[in-house]
Each structure stands twice: as structure tokens, then as C-alpha cells.
Design a binder for this molecule. Structure first.
Ligand SMILES: Nc1nc2c(ncn2[C@@H]2O[C@H](COP(=O)(O)OP(=O)(O)OP(=O)(O)O)[C@@H](O)[C@H]2O)c(=O)[nH]1
Ligand SMILES: [Mg+2]
Length: 984
């Protein structure tokens, strides 16, 4: 048996005895098997005691706010040093951690009343570690239960690790061995903590909280010996776990690897615990510092900081390196992708981010910033992970970090910084506000007004921006001038703004005589002093549309409070939806309505039954218009033919010499009567008035016409009819089917149909991108592929913008403008307002300039949609781009190799050249007008994917804008997916 095992398992004997032949010994290993012991039972047999996990002391994070308020909790009082200490050595021999000797978790209470901030105990005292060489720090436990805080002989100024304060006695040697001899007899456990092993909290352990128990093993003062083998593995070699402890990769730091989550809050890492401030990081006031050993044994307490206070002082990053470089390694430039600390703003490159931020228990904060308040300016970015993190960590870790970033106590909004109706909120009120079914979105510090009765909510001095749950007991009394209205019309005692007045008027309220209204949360309203409800403003569709256009809030299903839910504590920020507004605008026939409809179909935003019925009637009306154009053409063709015939009759050389009144374009009596009537109606401009009502009645004529030879002959020459739009062919091919009463328009019919969206010039829809699958989570370019991110696409026709585009003001809060230009219009003419023929591209350019320079659109993002690319490809071969004066210098260098194979390529490239050229022209124009960068996308409105990608691109731009602090320019340009069709 042993022989067989020997063959399989070549075991090298661990320690060959002196004099033996090592070579032979390697094959002389004997294997023994356990056999049942039947001898006498002795008390001396060593037993492994079961570990009761509940009794293992755990270092838990203590909220600073609770520390300050609860005097029963032990607090280490801060001590400010007098003298600047010597710069420490950053070598494996440097000693960074002071040791706090304590008895055990029961005896290591820190008394907040202790003037010296020392550890309490019968004979608490602080003293430096005497007689320790620069490479060795020994901290022995005191048998008499006294606690000692030992400082380093080497003069290193150190902060105590909280876990050490809790009870760490140890001996630290240059070999990174930490020995903790315990003189107590009752200690019976030997726990070896291997750095990077169980003592090393991984992200998931830390976040899961499991590491607390394990790491606390290392600090249990009852342990005899704690050994930490040297872990000098560098950087990437150390892997992710190595990253979690910066010390592991750069210096030997005993004790660090055994720190729990809470210990990281008061961490004492190589960079932070010595005198050297974190590179690029202005160190926040030390909670506890120690005097140099040679000055005195006495430690002075001078600080007035409480921990909570110090937490409120937000550290600011100071750049040590050149502009754009990483704050830690000082390498890189502004193109280097970096992650920013949400507190101090220090930015770290991908090599340094995990080292600088550790396990990120409070999200993306560099270690010294843990426990500090976030920069309020970037509150909106909390929980939005960056691509860098997704590349460095796995998706679960990223999710957990983002969750902690959003939900950890320290990152919550300070209640006193939110004033509602002039009064700062209490913690309870803030929780109530954020925990209600419909809380304010993106709440940041500031002054707000809240109409408790209707639920209207807005920033002080501004129109309402949301309808939140009503009847919440938060803030003071609503003031009449809360929203700075000047209309003399009041709602619930607040003078409303002009936009709200428009909304009331849209709802049918004349508002004559400056009335005062009571508006309740469900939308019902009545005039003050009258006892009957006048109506419900939300019942009318028009009110909602007007609100959407004026950026006024409309109620959601959650608006009404539901008793117990109002007071619910805890809220999930992930569930807050963000609505981004996209304004789609372009000159006439640029293709905006096609893009709008395509978006509806692409994102499965259904057309209601009513809408479908309307669309059906529009398509049928359009059909009669196309037929009328053809019939008009038929008349012309008939006349031309007759003239031709007469010419032949009078021509003596003609063989027949006979003529009749009929040509191939002549139609029968019945159809002629119909044709005459239809043309008369069209000339009188009554087509839209008579149809669609007459559609059913005249359907038989359509069928008859379509079968008629003369009509078919005309149809074959349809390209000669300027009035007939290209899209007419699509419908005329199915004229008989469409004219029938049972006709139901398909999605394609809706897409091609003219006039579906332009009846009032305004349309609006909401959509979101499809949810990501689990696998694509990490690879996803953004988080926006999440149904929680919602977008509102508002399409507006320029004719609805009024004189001098004054109604553009209604769209002041859109997030991005999608400006649509029809590419093939470069040679087309249209009459301008003075009746002069003008190039359509120049008209588009004019409209573009007007919108870009509109004061309300100064800072807006613009995405230029260069539409109808398919038509450009066709046209550019026939008509030079230089037909448009603006494009006079278009001189592409095209290969002259015109053999058959290269024909297709050269055609494509000419259109591509033209597209890029036009894009650049607009970019330069935009840069001149606004000083900003114009984004450009190539679109073919009739292709669903093309529109989908353009909208995706718009969403990416919005995302970049939001994440700008985290992304550098370099990062933005790496979205190569979109660069194929888009110019950024
Ligand atoms: N071939 C092609 N035709 C397009 C494309 N986009 C729009 N069209 C057609 O262009 C015509 C005008 O498009 P619309 O979407 O109605 O243009 P608009 O901006 O709404 O203009 P108004 O009708 O004045 O409101 C329609 O017949 C569309 O079918 C495209 O990408 N390719
Ligand atoms: Mg249209």
C-alpha cells in the first residue's frame, strides 16, 4: 500500500535528519494510517477547543455622529502633537504602528472623559516604546491590567489602528513578525494570521462583514502569538487581494493586514500613518497623535476636535504632480483614465485606485477620506460606477461598492443642510421625506418649498419641479412668494409662476380676476371660498402634455401617501428614476417625425387605439392626395400625347393622317368625373376637410383607377411629378388595400406615413433602453442600459416655435438638443419668409444658428443628426455637393481607379466624405457660436437600428456629462462603438 502511494505521491520529506542521505530519504517516506486509540484517556492530551464566534471580539465601525452624541460609547480623545516629527523611512524596516496594549476587549475601554485620551483601565497610561531598536517594536501585555500606548522609538509619528486600540498587544519586528506574548495564563489559542489570507479583508469580506470576525482574531489580546509573514508581493502580482492593502504591495506593515473594516476608517497605512501626508492629499486633522519619545513621557491633549467634528471637515486633495497626473503615483497626464475620490476629489489612475481606496467600505473614497462627508456637488453621481472599476473588479464587487456608496450612513445628506419652507430638516424629517412613496429626486443641500396639500415641490424661488407625496410633516409654512411667482394667481396660498398659469389655462381655467385656488393632491381644485370642485387638472390630456412641454411636474401613481409607508425608514436610491429630456428639432421635412415614430417603434412605445385610428385616416387621406397628384399628372400627360398626335395629323409625312381623341392616358367617363371632382377639391385646398370622412365612399374608385391602363401608364411616369413625394410609391403600391374600410396600418405604414406627428407640431414620448443581461453587465459601456434611466423625447416642429423662436423658452430644461438636418437637401430650394428661393441646407443652418444662440440654450449639449444618409448616397453621384454655397470648398480626394470592382467602394466613400465634411462644417460653426463641442451622428430615419443608435449616443453624452468628474477626455473618446457612425 505504502509503495503504491509512494508512486503516486512524491513527497519531499520536510526536514531530513542530519547525516541522512537526502536523496534516498525522499523515497523512503513511510505512510501511516490513523487507528482507533484504545488506551487510557489522559487529561494531558491536547484538545482543540471549539471557537465560539459570538464571543470573539469584533471591531465594528462606529458612526461618528453617534459617537459624538452617545456619551456611553468609548471615544479616543484627540491629542495634538506639539512638534513636527521627523520624516519616516518608507522601508520594510520602518515602523509605523504604535501599539496599544490592553487587557482584552473587556478591559480596553476608552474613556471619553480621560483628559489624555488614553486607554482606560486601573492604571491607564501612555508611554513610548522604550529601548526598541529601529527595526523592532515590542509591545508586551501588562499583567496588572494596565493599558499602555507605546510609541515608536524610531520617531515615526503614527496613528493608532482602531483595532489595535481595541486590544492589540504585539511585538513587531523588521521581519514583519508580530509577536504578542500574553502573560496571562488563561490564553489558550494560537491564531496565525497570514497576510492576504484570513486576516486580509477582501472587498467581499469587508462588505459582507465577515472579515470583522476573522481579523479580530489577530487583535484578541488573549492570543499568545500572532505572526504575520512578510507579504512584499508587489502591485499587480499581489492580485486584487493584494490591492486591498496598500501596505502589502509597498512596505511591510504588520498589523495592517489584520485590520477590520472599522480599522480602515482610522487606518494607519504606510502612506497615511506616518508623517508624510498622502501624496496629493491634505491630511485631515489627526484624531490621535503621539509625542516624540524623547520629549517627554507626557502626552498633551490640546485638540478641541471631536471625531464627529473632524469628520465634517472635508479634506481637499492637493495635487503634487503635474496637471492631469495621478494623485498617488504622480504619473500620467490628463488623458489618463482616472477615478476620483468622492470626498476630496483626488484622482487616481487604474494602478493606484484600489491601493488608494482600499476596500471602499463607503464607496469611492481614498482611505484617509473614509468617514468624511462627500463633496455635495457630486452627490448626483453616487452609485454610478465607472468603467475603470468595472474593469478592475468583478460585477458583484462593483455593485456592492456602489450600494455602500449610496446607502452608508456617512454619505447621507446632512439633514440640517436641507431647508424646506425656510426651516432646516431634522434627521427624522429627512428620513420621512426620503422614505415616502414619492420622494424628491436628486435631493441635494439647498432651500426648497413644499406645498403639503398638493405635494408640489420646488427649489426656493423656482417653479415646481416635482409632485412628491403630500401631507408630509416637514419644514415650515409655505410662503406666498416661495416660487417667486408674479401672476397674482394663487394655488394653496402660493403665488404661482407664469408657466403654471399657462398650465391652468390649458386645463380650461381662464384665471380672470386673479383667483385663489385650492389644489389637492389628486388634482381636484376649487376656488377659495367656494364649496364646489371645479374640476381635476390631471384629467385632461392637454394639461399633461403642456406640463411635459413646460417642464412642469405631473403626478405619478405614488404621489398619494400611504400611511405607514410615509414613515418608513430606509429607502432605496436605486429605485429613483431619472428622466432625461431630449428635444428633437429640425427644419421642415428634415425627418424629425420619422425619427420620432421610429423611436416609438424601436422602444416599443405603443400607439394607442385612438392614435392608430387617426393614423389610419391620415394614411387614407394621404392616399387620395397622391392619387390626385397622379390624376393631375395624367391630365398633363394626356394633353401632351394629344398635342403630339395633332402634330402628327398635320404633318403630311405622317402615314396615318388620322387622329382620335384618345391616348394611352385617357380614362373612362366615370373615372373622369371622379378625377375632375378630386382635382377640384385639391385645388380648393379642401382635401383634408373632405377626407378622411369620404374615404369609405370613394374606395371603389380607387380600385377601379388602379386597374385602369391609363392610370398605370401615369404611375409609371411618376418620377416626373415633382409634387409626388418619394414615399407615395410605398402607399400607392397597396392603394386598393389601403382604401378599404378594413385596412389596419402596419408599423411600417405608420413609419412611412406623412403628417402623423405634425398636426400640432408637438409630440412627446418616454422610453428607456432594454435591461442588460447579467453577462453584459461588466462589458456594458454605461449603466444607462437600465430601465431606471428614462428618457423623454420631445419632437417639435419649427413652425410651433413662434416668431423669433420665442417658444423655445418652454424647453429650457431639456438636457440635450437633437438637431436634425436632411443630408440630400443641399441642392434643394425652398421659399424663405420673403418668398425668395433659398437653399434648404442654408435654411437648416439658419435654424441651427438661431437655436444654438438662444439664451436658454447656451450651455446645452447638441447632437447633430445628419439624416437621410441613404438618399445622400444616391444623390451625391448625380449632384455635386458644391451646389450648396456653404460647401463650395468640398474637394474630396477620390481614387480614380474606376474599374467595376471599385465602383461600389468609391460611391460609398464619396458619401462618407460628404458626410464628414458636412459634420465638420457644423462642428466649426457650433464651436464658433457656443465655444462647445458638437456631437454628430449619421442617421437613416427609416432604419430602426440607425435611430436606436443615435438615441443611444445621445444617452451616452448625457451619461458622460454626469460622470465628467470621473471621466477624462480620453475616456470619452474610447466609445468606439459609436464612432463608426458618429463623430464626437
Ligand atoms: N429615404 C429616406 N427618407 C426619409 C428618411 N427620413 C425621413 N424620410 C422621408 O422624408 C420625408 C419627410 O420626413 P418627415 O419625418 O415627415 O419630416 P419632418 O421633419 O417631420 O417634416 P414635416 O413633415 O415638415 O414635419 C418623409 O417622406 C419621410 O418618409 C430617411 O432616412 N431616408
Ligand atoms: Mg413630417
Amino acid at each position: 500500500m505504502a509503495g503504491i502511494l509512494r508512486n503516486f505521491l512524491r513527497v519531499v520529506q520536510p526536514s531530513p535528519t542530519r547525516g541522512d542521505d537526502v536523496e534516498n530519504d525522499a523515497y523512503n517516506v513511510e505512510y501511516s494510517f490513523a487507528i482507533e486509540y484504545s488506551g487510557p484517556v489522559s487529561n494531558n492530551i491536547p484538545r482543540v477547543l471549539p471557537i465560539v464566534f459570538d464571543q470573539i471580539p469584533v471591531a465594528a465601525p462606529v458612526a461618528s455622529s453617534s459617537l459624538s452624541s452617545d456619551s456611553s460609547l468609548p471615544v479616543v480623545q484627540p491629542i495634538v502633537r506639539h512638534k513636527r516629527l521627523k520624516e519616516p523611512k518608507l522601508s520594510s524596516e520602518s515602523l509605523n504602528g504604535p501599539c496599544v496594549s490592553g487587557e482584552g476587549e473587556s478591559s480596553t475601554r476608552v474613556d471619553s472623559s480621560n483628559a489624555l485620551g488614553s486607554v482606560t483601565g486601573a492604571d491607564s497610561k501612555l508611554k513610548p516604546c522604550d529601548g526598541i531598536s529601529s527595526s523592532k517594536l515590542e509591545c508586551s501585555n501588562d499583567q496588572d491590567n494596565s493599558s499602555e500606548i507605546l510609541d515608536c522609538k524610531a520617531g515615526d509619528e503614527c496613528l493608532p489602528v482602531e483595532s489595535e486600540v481595541v486590544g492589540g498587544s504585539g511585538k513587531l519586528e523588521s521581519s514583519s513578525k508580530l509577536e504578542c506574548p500574553d502573560d496571562q495564563d488563561n490564553s489558550s489559542e494560537i491564531l496565525d494570521c497570514t497576510a492576504g489570507d484570513e486576516c486580509m479583508p477582501t472587498v467581499s469580506e469587508v462588505l459582507g462583514g465577515s472579515c470583522k470576525q476573522e481579523s479580530s482574531h489577530c487583535h484578541d489580546t488573549s492570543h499568545d502569538d500572532v505572526e504575520l509573514p512578510n507579504n512584499s508581493q508587489e502591485g499587480a502580482d499581489a492580485g486584487f487581494h493584494g490591492y486591498m492593502n496598500p501596505a502589502n504591495s509597498e512596505s511591510t506593515e504588520s498589523g495592517l493586514s489584520s485590520r477590520s473594516l472599522s480599522s480602515e476608517v482610522f487606518s494607519c497605512k504606510e502612506e497615511y500613518c506616518n508623517n508624510e501626508e498622502t501624496r496629493g492629499h491634505v491630511k485631515r486633522p489627526s484624531a490621535v497623535t503621539f509625542l516624540e519619545p524623547d520629549t517627554s513621557d507626557t502626552v498633551y491633549e490640546e485638540s478641541v476636535y471631536s471625531e464627529a467634528e473632524s469628520n465634517n471637515v472635508r479634506p481637499k486633495a492637493e495635487r503634487k504632480g503635474k496637471k492631469g497626473s495621478c494623485y498617488r503615483c504622480l504619473k500620467g497626464n490628463r488623458f489618463t483614465v482616472k477615478e476620483a475620490c468622492i470626498v476630496c476629489g483626488a484622482k487616481y489612475c487604474s494602478n493606484c485606485v484600489v491601493r488608494a481606496m482600499g476596500s471602499m467600505p463607503e464607496g469611492r473614497k481614498c482611505v484617509p477620506c473614509i468617514g468624511s462627508r462627500i463633496d455635495e456637488a457630486i452627490r448626483g453621481n453616487l452609485g454610478k460606477s465607472s468603467r475603470m472599476l468595472k474593469q478592475l473588479l468583478n460585477d458583484m464587487e462593483v455593485k456592492q461598492i456602489m450600494k455602500s456608496e449610496i446607502s452608508c450612513l456617512m454619505n447621507q445628506l446632512p439633514p440640517e443642510k436641507v431647508c424646506v419652507n425656510g426651516e432646516p430638516l431634522s434627521q427624522k424629517q429627512l428620513v420621512m421625506l426620503q422614505g415616502c412613496p414619492n420622494p424628491p429626486k436628486k435631493l441635494t443641500p439647498g432651500n426648497y418649498w413644499y406645498d403639503k396639500v398638493s405635494g408640489l415641490w420646488g427649489k426656493d424661488g423656482c417653479k415646481p419641479c416635482q409632485i412628491i407625496s403630500s401631507q408630509l410633516e416637514v419644514g415650515g409654512h409655505l410662503k406666498a412668494d416661495a416660487s417667486n411667482g408674479n401672476t397674482k394667481v394663487y394655488i394653496n396660498n402660493r403665488q404661482i409662476t407664469q408657466k403654471e398659469l399657462y398650465m391652468l389655462q390649458a386645463a380650461g381655467e381662464k384665471c380672470e380676476g386673479y383667483p385663489h385656488f385650492w389644489l389637492s393632491a389628486d388634482g381636484s381644485y376649487q376656488e377659495e371660498g367656494q364649496n364646489h370642485v371645479k374640476g381635476n387638472i390631471w384629467d385632461k390630456k392637454i394639461t399633461k402634455l403642456v406640463c411635459a412641454l413646460l417642464s412642469l411636474p405631473i403626478p405619478t401613481d405614488n404621489t398619494r401617501p400611504r400611511g405607514d409607508e410615509v414613515n418608513a425608514i430606509g429607502y432605496n436610491y436605486f429605485e429613483l428614476k431619472t428622466l432625461h429630456k431630449l428635444l428633437l428639432v429640425g427644419d421642415k421635412k428634415s425627418g424629425t417625425s420619422t425619427i420620432y415614430k421610429q423611436a416609438k417603434l424601436h422602444f416599443n412605445v405603443p400607439f394607442s387605439e385612438d392614435e392608430r385610428q387617426n393614423i389610419k385616416l391620415i394614411i387614407q387621406s394621404n392616399l387620395y392626395r397622391y392619387i390626385a397628384i397622379l390624376l393631375e399628372g395624367r391630365e398633363r400627360f394626356e394633353e401632351e400625347s394629344l398635342t403630339e398626335k395633332w402634330k402628327q395629323v398635320v404633318d403630311p409625312s405622317s402615314s396615318s393622317g388620322q387622329s382620335d381623341e384618345k391616348t394611352m392616358y385617357s380614362i373612362g367617363q366615370r373615372l373622369k368625373a371622379f378625377s375632375d371632382w378630386l382635382l377640384k377639391v385639391m385645388m380648393a385646398g379642401n382635401l383634408e376637410a373632405i377626407f378622411p370622412a369620404a374615404t369609405r365612399e370613394y374606395a371603389p374608385f380607387v380600385e377601379e383607377l388602379w386597374k385602369d391602363v391609363a392610370f398605370q401608364a401615369t404611375y409609371n411616369r411618376r418620377n416626373e411629378l415633382d409634387m409626388l413625394p418619394r414615399v407615395a410609391t410605398y402607399f400607392l403600391e397597396r392603394a386598393v388595400e389601403i382604401s378599404r374600410p378594413i385596412y389596419e396600418p402596419s408599423d411600417m405604414d405608420i413609419l412611412y406615413a406623412e403628417g402623423v406627428t405634425s398636426s400640432n407640431g408637438l409630440s412627446s414620448m418616454e422610453f428607456s433602453f432594454p435591461k442588460l443581461t447579467q453577462e453584459s453587465f461588466v462589458d456594458a459601456t454605461t449603466d444607462q442600459n437600465d430601465p431606471l434611466f428614462r428618457y423623454q423625447l420631445i419632437r417639435v416642429h419649427p413652425r410651433s416655435l413662434g416668431e423669433n423662436y420665442k417658444w423655445l423658452e418652454m424647453f429650457e430644461d431639456v438636457d440635450i438638443v437633437l438637431f436634425c438636418v436632411s443630408l440630400p437637401e443641399y441642392d434643394e430650394l425652398v421659399e424663405d419668409s420673403n418668398g425668395n428661393p433659398t437653399n434648404k441646407m442654408m435654411m437648416s443652418k439658419q435654424l441651427f444658428e438661431s437655436i444654438v444662440t438662444h439664451p436658454r440654450f447656451n450651455e446645452k449639449d447638441f447632437l447633430l443628426l445628419l439624416n437621410k444618409y441613404d438618399l445622400l448616397e444616391e444623390k451625391i453621384e448625380q449632384v455635386p455637393l458644391t451646389k450648396c454655397e456653404w460647401f463650395h470648398d468640398f474637394k474630396p480626394v477620390i481614387s480614380h481607379n474606376h474599374n467595376n470592382n471599385s465602383r461600389r467602394t468609391s460611391k460609398t466613400s464619396l458619401a462618407q466624405y460628404a458626410f464628414h465634411y458636412i459634420a465638420v462644417k457644423f462642428k466649426i460653426l457650433f464651436q464658433d457660436l457656443s465655444g462647445h463641442k458638437l456631437f454628430v451622428s449619421q442617421v437613416t430615419g427609416l432604419e430602426p437600428d440607425s435611430v436606436g443608435e443615435a438615441l443611444k449616443y445621445a444617452s451616452e453624452i448625457l451619461k458622460w456629462e454626469e460622470e465628467e468628474p470621473n471621466y477624462t477626455h480620453n475616456d470619452l473618446s474610447s466609445y468606439t462603438d459609436y464612432e463608426q457612425n458618429s463623430l464626437s
